[in-house]
Design a binder for this molecule. Sequence first.
Ligand SMILES: Nc1ncnc2c1ncn2[C@@H]1O[C@H](COP(=O)(O)OP(=O)(O)OP(=O)(O)O)[C@@H](O)[C@H]1O
Ligand SMILES: [Mg+2]
Ligand SMILES: [Zn+2]
Length: 678
Amino acid sequence: MTEQLQRIDPQERFQELCKTEKYRQRISQMAVEGITSLIVDFQDLLTFDRGLTEELLQNPDGYLKHANNAAYAQLQIEDPEYGEKTETVTARIVRLLETAQLRKLGSQHMGKLVMIEGIVVRSTPVRPMVMQAVFRCKRCGEITAVNQAGPFLRAPFVCTNPSCRAKGPFDFIQEETTFIDSQELRVQERPEDLPPGQLPRSLNIKLIGSEIVDVARPGDHVSIVGIVRAVAPTVPRVGKLRTFVLHLDANSIEVLGKEPEMVLPSPEEEKKILELAKDPWIHRKITNSIAPSIYGYDHVKESIMYLLFGGVPKSLPDVTIRGELNVLLIGDPGTAKSQLLQYVARIAPRGLYTSGRGTTAAGLTAAVLREKGGGMTLEAGALVLADKGIACIDEMDKMRPEDRVAIHEAMEQHTVSVAKGGIVATLNARTAILAAANPALGRYEPHRTVAENISLPVTILSRFDLIFVLRDEPNKEADSKMSEHILEIHRKGLSPVEPPIPLELLRKYISYAKAIKPALTKEALQRLKDFYMAMRSASETEGSPVAITARQLESLVRTTEARARSALRKEILAEDAEAAIAIMRRSLEEVGIDVSSSRIDIDLIMTGKPKSLRDKLQTVLSTIMEMERETGLVEKVALLNELEEKYKISIGEAERLIGQLLREGTIYSPREGYLKKT
Ligand SMILES: Nc1ncnc2c1ncn2[C@@H]1O[C@H](COP(=O)(O)OP(=O)(O)OP(=O)(O)O)[C@@H](O)[C@H]1O
Ligand SMILES: [Mg+2]
Ligand SMILES: [Zn+2]
């Protein structure tokens, strides 16, 4: 402590700060807002008294008390009426000059005031915590109040009645005990702060006080000022461990803006960006800059470009429509899917790579977990953590069963709702999704439908704007070019194709483009409408499949917006519409050719079956139901016979159809050789 500081009473110094215009105003506002906290900007304190801030950072326990007392004293002057009703005032320090890195916190920080930033990954419900417990002696009835600290509720050692002095028993009187709201959060490093190749670290935060609990939800980006504490974990019947665990006792918490930090380009870079945008081949250039070491897949890279730029979300008074695109790659093993996904996660602002199972217990959406102590916590999954970013989900077909249910809402409404174990919450998941999956049968079987080829329900498939199939077919010309490409990489150790736009500039370009909100021109609108009408009228003829639905129309609009954005244009031109139609056609064709009519058939995606197949499945099912009415259980052999005789369905095909109904769970086999409808 410096000599000067010893002479000056710190509480008086704090109170002098409270007497400045800004803080007098804040204090007189407290009654209006019904709060007992005073927000103190660290910067103000610094300009006011540098020594005081140093002391505050080094000895926060003592100095925060001085600040609280000073604020309380000033409240008595500023607003005596409210002051009388208030018992304490808490000074909450915000925006320290430096942000401590979560992974660098250590023993040298213990007992110090720090500020950390991160994403909330877990939160407990708000729980009342005892501040002062009141007990009644069972012997004499004497009332004793005990101030509480530490994790356990403490009763008095002895009765305070001098003539009793009993060591108990005591009754706990809840009505006279004072409680305060408390909550625990778990905060994780942000993906953008992560050193490459490292797993994120996290820290537990204890919040006490009704004005700081329930401020942040899982998925929120927060800035928290607090005191670093270390506690030894207790092992039952053994004692306390020698290695301590760090946590933060929060003094203040602020939810930061959800937008990823705009990586502002320098004036020089801005010039380059505007120059690039004028290039008539800009889309080609961007596509070629995406994962240049991966050979081919131009259409996939084009859709990744749309995904990176994204469309414009619309929030109308009654509904909101997502702007982000969802793209699915279904592919044979070894077709560079994982490589593409990891690349996108790296270049996208706030990109996140995860496997379908997720990297935490919360999986892709969210989970309510039981804590060690018996309480419940809500944990955010990958899609919530990637809010306002891009989630790259590898092996999506292997996601948890809980996610299969919750992901429907996440993909279309962009929220994740949880109601379990007393926790009810809705978290944001405004993410674009780039997913990859392996075919259910190991390899993609072109004569089977998409739904048969992938073990994802069609309701999820239909939420993807674009689906592509990556097949590993031997093809002399392509194989020779691809092998040359791959061998060249291995020989040189770097990509044979230089990206036309360097990665760092591309990232800034994307971030720059995101501010643009393109609108459809008349011509573009007409093109989209013509395409939609043509596809719809193709399905008007009796019995033909529905070619396209309103969902695809929305996908088309998003794609055109993303394409205009990637040329930094405010208008969506006819060429954008044409490109969007072309890529949509390609995606539909890859997944949707109805083999028997060779017509684009959206029924494939919506119901998972081409119309003809659907009819056949319906026939099998109704035959089963008919036979069930007669015999209860249906003998499989009898069913096969009936189908062949009555409907001319071959045994092989019938077996396949039955297999599919079994897989879908429409029918089941109660015992070997028998079937029954569920
Ligand atoms: N078109 C390509 N261009 C360059 N490299 C390729 C290409 N296709 C495959 N590879 C290489 O093949 C290897 C396997 O790729 P990757 O692991 O991404 O496959 P995958 O599709 O994820 O397979 P799986 O379905 O088994 O997970 C990678 O090293 C990748 O670089
Ligand atoms: Mg893979
Ligand atoms: Zn007593």
